[in-house]
Design a protein around this ligand. Structure first.
Ligand code: SF4
Length: 665
C-alpha cells in the first residue's frame, strides 16, 4: 500500500503458486481490498494461474446435474441444487426452501427419491420443475416429447441435448439484476463462453467417435471440461501475482519474491514415470531431475533480480509443524531488519483499537410474557435436555430454546449410534410388552427366547431404520449384533432379578417446573411387589453415571425429573453393552434387584430419607428451570469447557475467543 502509485507495476512472484492460490487470494483481498468482504471477487490484483473450468461453481453445478444417473440422489447434492443461483434459485434461499432443507435435515436421511419427492416433500413450484427435469433426464426421456432418447447419437447431437436440458434446468441462471456486481456478471459470461468452446470441442469429435451413447458422450465432455483451463480476463492490474515460470520477461517497478525457502527454491524433482529416463534427461524436461531444477531456479532468480530496481525476497519460518529454512540461493543477499508490517485487515484493525467501546452485557435476559406463555402451554419436548443444557452451559440452553437455533447435520452414514440406540429401545419395548413379568421371562426356554428376540429386533429395525430397508446383508449383521446386546442384558441382569412386573413402557408424562411444561418419556417402570416402583432408563451407548444425580449441578436430570411424576422407590440405569451390561442406580433400603450396583444416596448426599432426596431433587431442578426463565445466558461451560466438545453452538457463542483471551491474560 505504501509504495502503490497509479501506473507503477508491482510484481509478486510465488514459486509454488498453485499450492497457495486460495490462501493468497484470501489474504491479498483482505489486505488490499478490505471492502471485498462486502463485494465478493472485486480485486485490485491479478493472480495468473488458470484452474480447470470444472472448478468454477457455475460449471460444477452443470456437470453435477448432467452426471446424475439414478432417480435417487444424495441429500447434499440435492441441497446444492436447490440453493444454486445458477439454477435460478435465490441466494440466500427463500423461506420455503429453508423450511424444506430443515425438514430434510431433521429426518436425517442421506438421499431422496425423485419419484416420491412430491408426495413426501410437498410442492414448491420451482423445485417441482427441477425434479421433473431431473426425472426425465435420468430416465433417458426427451423432456418435451417424453419419448426415449435414441441410444447412440453423434457427439454434436449430444451437445444439443446437453444444452437443451441445461436450459430446462434454468442454467446458468443469468440475472439482469442490477445489484449483481459487474465483476460477477463478467465472470459468469466468460465461464459460459469457455463452456461453449468445450461443447464445440465435443462436436468436433464426430468424425473420430461416430455415434456414441449418452454415458460415453458425458464422459468425453466431462473430461474436456476438467482439462480446460479457465482464467477470468480482467482489466490490467497494477499488482500481478505470478509463478516463477510466468514471470519470465516481465518488468516491475517493485518486486516481491515470496516463499523462498529451501524446500521450494529449487523445487524438488518430480519425474514423470511414464517418460523414459533417457528422454527426460536428454530434453531436460521440467521436474525431471534436481540438476535441472537447480539451474532453473538460479536462472529465474538472476532474471528476476534485474527485472526490477526494487527487489525483496522473503521466506516463511514454518509451515504447519515443519520449520523451514532460507533457500541457499538467496542466503548471500543482504538482510534487512525484520519488519512487522501492520495488517490492513478489518478484523486486525478492530483488535488493535485502543478506544474500544466497553459494553457490559446483562447477565440475565428474562423470558418475555409470550415466551413464558408458550413454555407453559405448548411445553418443551424432551424437556430434560433444557435442564441439562442450562446446567452444563447457560448459553447453550439460551441458544437452543430462546433463540431456537439448531443444527441438523446430515449423517455421514445411513445407520449410526442414534439409530442403534433407537432400535434397542424399541426391541425392548416390544419384548416387555409381551413378556409382562419376571415369571413369564423365566418360563421362556432358551430357544423361544432367541426366537422372540430375533422377531422383536427385526421388527424394531424395520420401524426405526427405514433408510437401511433394502440393505439385507447389513440388516442381518445389525440384527445379530442387537440380539447379542439384549441377550447378554437379559441373561446377566434380568434373569437374575427377584420378582418384578412391568408397570409401564414408554410412558409419556409432563412435569411443570417453575412454570415450564416439560414433556418427557420414561423408558420403563417396574413394579417390585410390596416395595414400590423402579424407574429404568436404558443407555445403549455412552456409560451413564448415577453419581451425576447427586452432584451440586445435576447433569443427568432425566430420572430425577421422572421421579416427580409417580414417586418411585428406586431409579436405575440399564447400560446395555455386549459382554458387560450394567444395572445401577439408587433405591430405598432393602429393595431387591439382583445384580444391581446401588449407590447409597444417604452417604453421598447427606439426605436422611428417600423422601428428602426426592424433595432435594425437586428443589434443585426447579431452581435450574427458574434460572432459565430469568434468562441467565452466560457462556460458562462447566468442567473447563468439557461440554463444548459435543456442542454445535461454538461459532455462535465464540467460546474459542473467550478462551484465547483468558489464556493471553
Ligand atoms: S460451545 Fe461450549 S461455551 Fe459455547 S454454547 Fe456450547 S457448551 Fe457453551
Amino acid at each position: 500500500r505504501s509504495i502503490f502509485k497509479p501506473g507503477k507495476r508491482i510484481g509478486i512472484v510465488v514459486p509454488e503458486l498453485e499450492k497457495y492460490i486460495s490462501l493468497l487470494k484470501r489474504e491479498l483481498s483482505a489486505e488490499l481490498v478490505p471492502n471485498s468482504i462486502f463485494k465478493p471477487d472485486e480485486q485490485v490484483f491479478n493472480i495468473s494461474l488458470a484452474l480447470p473450468l470444472s472448478q468454477e461453481p457455475m460449471i460444477k453445478v452443470a456437470i453435477d446435474l448432467l452426471n446424475i444417473k439414478s432417480a435417487t440422489i444424495t441429500i447434499n447434492k440435492f441441497l446444492s441444487f436447490i440453493q444454486s443461483p445458477f439454477l435460478g434459485f435465490a441466494y440466500p434461499p427463500s423461506q420455503e426452501i429453508s423450511d424444506l432443507e430443515r425438514k430434510l435435515r431433521k429426518r436425517r436421511i442421506l438421499s431422496i427419491s425423485l419419484d416420491q419427492f412430491e408426495s413426501t416433500y410437498g410442492n414448491i413450484p420451482q423445485i417441482k420443475r427441477l425434479v421433473e427435469v431431473l426425472r426425465s433426464w435420468v430416465s433417458h426421456k426427451d423432456l418435451f416429447t417424453l419419448s426415449p432418447y435414441e441410444n447412440n447419437l453423434l457427439p454434436s447431437e449430444w451437445t444439443e441435448k446437453i444444452s437443451a436440458v441445461l436450459k430446462a434446468f434454468n442454467w446458468p441462471g443469468y440475472s439482469k439484476d442490477s445489484t449483481s456486481h459487474q465483476f460477477v456478471l463478467s465472470k459468469r459470461h466468460q465461464s459460459f463462453e469457455t463452456w461453449k468452446n468445450c461443447l464445440n470441442q465435443l462436436s468436433s469429435l464426430n468424425q473420430i467417435l461416430g455415434p456414441i451413447n449418452r454415458e460415453k458422450a458425458l464422459e468425453y465432455f466431462t473430461n474436456i471440461v476438467q482439462n480446460t483451463p479457465f482464467q477470468i480476463k480482467t482489466p490490467e492490474h497494477s499488482i500481478q501475482v505470478v509463478g516463477l515460470l510466468e514471470s519470465s520477461g516481465m518488468q516491475f517497478d517493485h518486486l516481491w519474491i515470496m516463499g523462498c525457502h529451501s524446500e521450494a527454491l529449487p523445487a524438488h524433482p518430480e519425474p514423470n514415470p511414464f517418460i523414459p529416463y533417457e528422454i527426460r534427461n536428454k530434453f531436460s524436461i521440467p521436474r525431471s531431475n534436481s540438476q535441472r531444477e537447480l539451474e532453473f531456479a538460479e536462472q529465474s532468480l538472476k532474471r528476476l533480480i534485474v527485472a526490477s530496481p526494487d527487489v525483496h525476497c522473503s521466506f516463511p519460518l514454518h509451515e504447519g509443524d515443519m520449520d523451514l529454512e532460507i533457500s541457499p540461493l538467496i542466503k548471500s543477499f543482504p538482510n534487512i531488519d525484520k519488519t512487522n508490517y501492520l495488517s490492513k485487515r478489518i478484523k486486525d484493525h478492530i483488535l488493535t483499537l485502543t478506544d474500544l467501546e466497553e459494553l457490559t452485557e446483562p447477565e440475565f435476559l428474562p423470558a418475555t410474557d409470550t415466551e413464558k406463555r408458550l413454555y407453559s402451554t405448548e411445553g418443551i419436548s424432551s424437556g430434560y435436555a433444557l435442564l441439562k443444557d442450562q446446567v452444563e452451559c447457560p448459553f447453550r440452553a439460551f441458544a437452543r430454546y430462546r433463540l431456537n437455533s439448531e443444527r441438523h447435520q446430515i449423517p455421514e452414514v445411513d445407520y449410526d449410534n442414534l439409530d442403534r440406540g433407537n432400535v434397542i429401545h424399541k426391541a425392548l419395548e416390544l419384548f416387555w410388552f409381551d413378556t409382562v413379568d419376571s415369571d413369564t421371562l423365566l418360563e421362556l426356554s432358551k430357544d423361544s427366547l432367541e426366537k422372540q428376540l430375533k422377531r422383536y429386533v427385526r421388527e424394531a429395525l424395520k420401524i426405526c431404520s427405514i433408510r437401511t430397508t433394502n440393505q439385507t446383508q447389513f440388516n442381518n449383521l445389525e440384527i445379530e449384533r442387537n440380539i447379542r446386546v439384549i441377550h447378554d442384558w437379559l441373561l446377566a441382569i434380568e434373569l437374575k432379578r427377584p420378582s418384578f412386573r412391568i408397570h409401564k413402557l414408554e410412558k409419556s408424562i409432563s412435569i411443570n417446573l417453575a412454570g415450564i411444561k416439560l414433556l418427557l418419556r420414561i423408558d420403563r417402570i417396574d413394579e417390585i411387589p410390596g416395595k414400590g416402583l423402579l424407574l429404568i432408563d436404558y443407555k445403549a451407548g455412552r456409560d451413564a453415571k448415577p453419581t451425576e444425580w447427586f452432584a451440586e449441578k445435576i447433569r443427568s436430570p432425566q430420572l430425577p425429573l421422572y421421579s416427580m411424576d409417580e414417586p418411585p422407590a428406586g431409579l436405575a440405569y440399564g447400560h446395555l453393552v455386549i459382554g458387560k451390561p450394567e444395572f445401577k442406580g439408587t433405591t430405598i433400603p432393602d429393595f431387591p434387584l439382583g445384580q444391581f450396583k446401588n449407590h447409597d444416596f444417604k452417604k453421598i448426599t447427606g439426605c436422611s430419607s428417600w423422601e428428602e432426596l426426592l424433595k432435594h431433587w425437586k428443589t434443585r431442578l426447579n431452581r435450574v428451570a427458574d434460572e432459565f426463565l430469568r434468562g441467565k445466558h452466560t457462556v460458562a461451560p462447566i468442567n473447563k469447557g468439557e461440554p463444548c466438545r459435543y456442542c454445535e453452538f461454538d461459532s455462535l457463542c465464540r467460546v474459542q475467543e473467550t478462551l484465547e483471551t483468558w489464556e493471553s491474560d
